[in-house]
Design a protein around this ligand. Sequence first.
Ligand code: NDP
Ligand code: MG
Length: 404
Amino acid sequence: MTQHVAVLGATGSIGDSTLALLAAHPERFSVYALSGHSRLDKLFALCQQFQPKCVVVPVQQVDTFAERIKAANLSIEVLGGEQGLVAVANDTQVDTVVAAIVGAAGLASTLAAAQAGKRILLANKEALVMAGSLMMQAVRDNDAILLPLDSEHNAIYQCLPAAVQLDNQQIHQKTHGVQRLWLTASGGPFLHKTYEDMQKASLAEAVKHPNWSMGQKISIDSATMMNKGLELIEACHLFDLPESSIHVVIHPQSIVHSLVEYCDGSFLAQMGSPDMKTPIAHALSYPERINSGVASLSLYDLADLQFLAPDLTKFSCLKLAREAMKTGVLATITLNAANEVAVQAFIEAKVKLTDIALINERSLDKIASNSGFGNSSINSLEDIMAMDAIARQFAANEVLLCQQ
Ligand code: NDP
Ligand code: MG
């Protein structure tokens, strides 16, 4: 039976890889919906190529985009903004939602997909960092299926027992014999550079990831290792484990995508070329396998795979994420929001790369005294977005202080 797929965030890097796979397997998949935000010419070209049933653009662009669609004799419904994204996630015709919008902007539609019991292919890690408990509860209550696209989490998923995979990856450490999870990290472009080099880094240097080709925000997150911090929190929610059971190891070659350590001493790892088409193909076709078109690994050339401990002084964002996970949901929402604000300020050349960690840390310091919220008062999407807005204000003030 053909899977009807909605690709939210179709114009981005994950969108590109997903659509390449959908195009390569028309017998299995049909593209039901697409969304974009600023790259609307690209979105229009994708509409011509895939002819989805509907497309989502920002609210203010709906009329102009609809005129373009009509002028091209295409029959595609044009929806607007977050409401449009949520409507697609709820659409009864949609089987699979690829959550590939970057940042908090992807939360409402990802949560809606969970509430509608969809098969969700999750790239938007920020949704779990902000709303992990709410999301996982919605997945379980509505028999949704959540398959991680993030390469590390997808690797771990592949290394878990089938019983855990089928139970929305809830690990019971004793029953399943899981000792700990190991998230691998490339270390990003500054792994072998000094803190002073990082202070002087330009945007071009920060987004130049050694192994992966990705969108701008996640590339900057990789340079500060905030990405691994977000992934640590993502893993806690996805696999229902405390942060103490999840370790991070630097693996500069990005060949081993992550590992599960079992109590009998076995380490199960998933390996492959660093290409997102592999985890996306896995999740699209699970439990079957499809050809992803990714080049086979040349094992004879892999003589030098390294595994190193992370430097938590240079990459303090990783430490902040672990602390935030221990503190609770207020802290993880704040960390995510502050980081989005700080990354944007770095993109706009208002702050240095190293200021991102400072802004994140100072924003976290403020929540206990200022927000008026407690962890137990975060029970809904509205509560989360209210806290997100407060944290963005903290971070915006910190950006101003860094500029002085
Ligand atoms: P990109 O920046 O390449 O793409 C982001 C997508 O989100 C684009 O389609 C963009 O639209 C859309 N978007 C941006 N802002 C908004 C908004 N306010 N409202 C609605 N849509 C919006 O990012 P990536 O594809 O690299 O990453 C997407 C997600 O996947 C992130 O959460 C990232 O952490 C995660 N991820 C990515 C990996 C990768 O290899 N790229 C690996 C693992 C996880 P437009 O381009 O039209 O503005
Ligand atoms: Mg990752």
